[in-house]
Structure formats: structure tokens, C-alpha cells
Design a protein around this ligand. Structure first.
Ligand code: NAG
Length: 335
């Protein structure tokens, strides 16, 4: 069975806090990342946009307390993943100008905070659309070819683990809060539209040689601080309909990915559940020993999401108790 499947199981083990034995960890030579702020390790530092994570309070728990551009207090999920897979500790952004050959050979992130599958999402935010992330990836492959030759570059890409995480911004900035696409589609229609774009994206990657892909579904969108602030500023309750929509999107996505995998020879394309682990933390904070005190200030909204996801990854690997405190707790994340 596919390598990516093993990896997926690896992420899911979490709930039970099973310590993974080294043998079960698949050997990926590199990790390549596409998507939005959940997985952007700093590309937006090199473009002109207001979506920047290179200032405080980001990075407060990063070594050296450096705000690297990650929308998190510390590492992001892909960093933890790379570390757990024994690849490296941090995934650099592709746009970083001083990347070494080794940085390139073990993988980079092409993701851009604020991005989405729908190009309309990035028109306003001026961040890197998913379609341009593919163009950077093509450039990356050329770089690899210069370092190790065409054949080895091809092999590396085919054996690499690809992580794709996007979609939330499309719903928030094109459907729920700014209803541009709502004039054109109902929720079902917009979900299908996004998933057709996602399918094209996966097929483009396949055609460029990628074989092992992990595609994240949506988190509970209605529990993101940005949505709670927009729709339930005083009660501070999760927006049920948006969570319901996210779940139906995820069910469709899991089915679609299976179909794509069956259609693309030699591919391992796996759905990764971002919804239930997140929801479980919100509903059972005591089980996690996690204290999440967060600002719902625009700048920190992403930070909170990522902190929770990052904490989840930490907890998953039994590293122990994690306390998360974001300064200036004027709004409490409703847990
Ligand atoms: C959404 O729109 C499609 C047509 O574009 C229609 O067939 C479907 O019934 C609509 N769904 C809902 C829930 O309104």
C-alpha cells in the first residue's frame, strides 16, 4: 500500500498518543508544500502584501523568538511533519534567496498566506495564487535538475511527500464574509467549483511527476476567530452552518481524492482530516491540557489557527503538555 497512506495513519495516530516506531516511518527524501497560511513558512516575506507574519507576536516560541513569516507562535504543521519524518526541522520558503542545494534537495514550501484554489481569492490580497505556486514548482524542478541532473530530479519529485492545504480563504473571502461568488453559486456549487480547481491542481502536480500527496480538508471554519468575530461577536459561539458546510465539503473531498487516485496510475493521494482533531480540542480542552487564550484581532486570527494545529501535532507525538498563551487576551477563543 502507498507510502502516503502510512504517513496519513501516522498523523491520525494522535488521538491515542501512540509513539511511532521508527520502522513505520516512511522514507521520503523531500517534502514539498503548497497552500495557504497553514503551511506558508515565509514566502509572503518576499512579496508585497498585507498578509505578513514577519512581525511580533508571531514567532514568540520559535528558536531565537524570530518572526519568520510563519503565521504561528512557532513551527507550522509541515515543519513538525518534516521533523517527524526525519527529513529536517524546518521547511524553508522557496522564495528565500539564499537557499542551499541541500535546502532544495530536502524540500521547500511554495505556499502563500491568504491564498486559495479560487484565483479571485488572491486578486485582492496580492498573494501567490495556487496556479503561480505550480509555476514556482516548475522553476524548482529546473533548479533540481541543475544540481543532480534530470533523471535524479525526476526520481526525487516522484518519491517526495507533497502536502496541500488550502480552501478556507476561498470560503471566507469569496463566499461568507465577502460574498462575491455567492452571486454565482450556492454553497454546493461553490464547493464543487473549488474541488474541480483542486482536482486540476493535483493533476498538474501529477503531470510534473508528483506521486505521494496529502490533501488537507477544511477545519471547522465556523470556529475560526475571524468567523466568530464576524458573525457572533458577543455570544462568541461557533457558526454552525459554516461547520456543517465544511463537513460536507470534506466528505466530498475524501471521495474525490479516492477517485483521482484510482485514475492516476501509481499515485497515492490521501485525504487528511483537519476538522475532527481541531473540533475535538475545542470540545475537550481539558483532555489536552491546553490553554488557548487568543486575540481575535485580524492579524492574529491565523496565528491562533496555526497554534492550535501546531499544538495538536505536538500533543500527537506525546511531547507532553503544551500551554499556549498569546499575549493581550482581550478575546477568549471559545473553548
Ligand atoms: C444549488 O444550485 C444548483 C444549480 O446550480 C441546484 O441544482 C441545487 O438544487 C442548488 N442547491 C441548493 C441547496 O439550493
Amino acid at each position: 500500500m502507498g507510502i502516503a497512506i502510512t504517513c496519513f495513519a501516522f498523523i491520525l495516530l494522535v488521538q491515542h498518543c501512540i509513539i511511532i516506531n521508527a520502522k513505520s516511518v516512511p522514507k521520503f527524501p523531500a517534502i514539498l508544500i503548497f497552500g495557504d497560511s497553514t503551511v506558508d513558512t515565509g514566502n509572503n516575506n518576499y512579496i508585497s502584501t498585507i498578509f505578513q507574519g514577519n512581525h511580533r507576536p508571531y514567532g514568540e516560541n520559535f528558536p531565537g523568538r524570530i518572526p519568520t513569516g510563519r503565521f504561528s507562535d512557532g513551527k507550522l504543521v509541515p515543519d513538525f511533519l518534516a521533523s517527524m519524518l526525519g527529513i529536517k526541522e524546518y521547511i524553508p520558503p522557496f522564495l528565500q534567496p539564499d537557499l542551499s542545494n541541500n535546502d532544495l534537495l530536502t524540500g521547500v514550501s511554495f505556499a502563500s498566506a491568504g491564498s486559495g484554489y479560487d484565483d479571485l481569492t488572491t486578486t485582492a490580497s496580492k498573494v501567490i495564487p495556487m496556479s503561480d505556486q505550480i509555476k514556482y514548482f516548475e522553476q524548482y524542478i529546473q533548479n533540481l535538475q541543475l544540481i543532480i541532473g534530470e533523471e535524479k530530479a525526476q526520481k526525487l519529485v516522484s518519491r517526495a511527500l507533497i502536502v496541500i492545504s488550502a480552501g478556507t480563504n476561498d470560503f471566507i473571502f469569496n463566499f461568507y464574509d465577502i460574498p462575491t461568488r455567492r452571486h454565482q453559486y450556492n454553497i454546493t456549487g461553490y464547493q464543487d467549483f473549488l474541488q474541480s480547481l483542486l482536482q486540476n491542481f493535483v493533476e498538474d502536480l501529477y503531470n510534473l511527476g508528483c506521486r505521494n500527496m496529502l490533501v488537507a480538508g477544511l477545519p471547522p471554519v465556523g470556529c475560526l476567530p475571524i468567523q466568530i468575530t464576524a458573525k457572533s461577536p458577543f455570544m462568541r459561539k461557533c457558526i454552525k452552518e459554516e461547520n456543517f458546510d465544511a463537513q460536507s465539503y470534506n466528505v466530498k473531498l475524501a471521495t474525490l481524492l479516492k477517485q483521482i487516485q484510482d485514475a492516476l496510475l501509481g499515485s497515492n493521494i490521501v485525504y487528511s482530516d483537519s476538522y475532527h482533531p481541531f473540533m475535538h480540542m475545542i470540545n475537550h480542552p481539558k483532555k489536552y491540557d491546553v490553554v488557548v487564550v487568543a486575540l481575535a484581532h485580524m492579524k492574529q486570527v491565523h496565528s491562533v489557527t496555526n497554534i492550535i494545529l501546531s499544538a495538536k501535532m505536538l500533543l500527537n507525538t506525546c511531547f507532553g503538555t503544551v500551554y499556549i498563551l498569546v499575549n493581550r487576551p482581550t478575546n477568549i477563543f471559545p473553548i
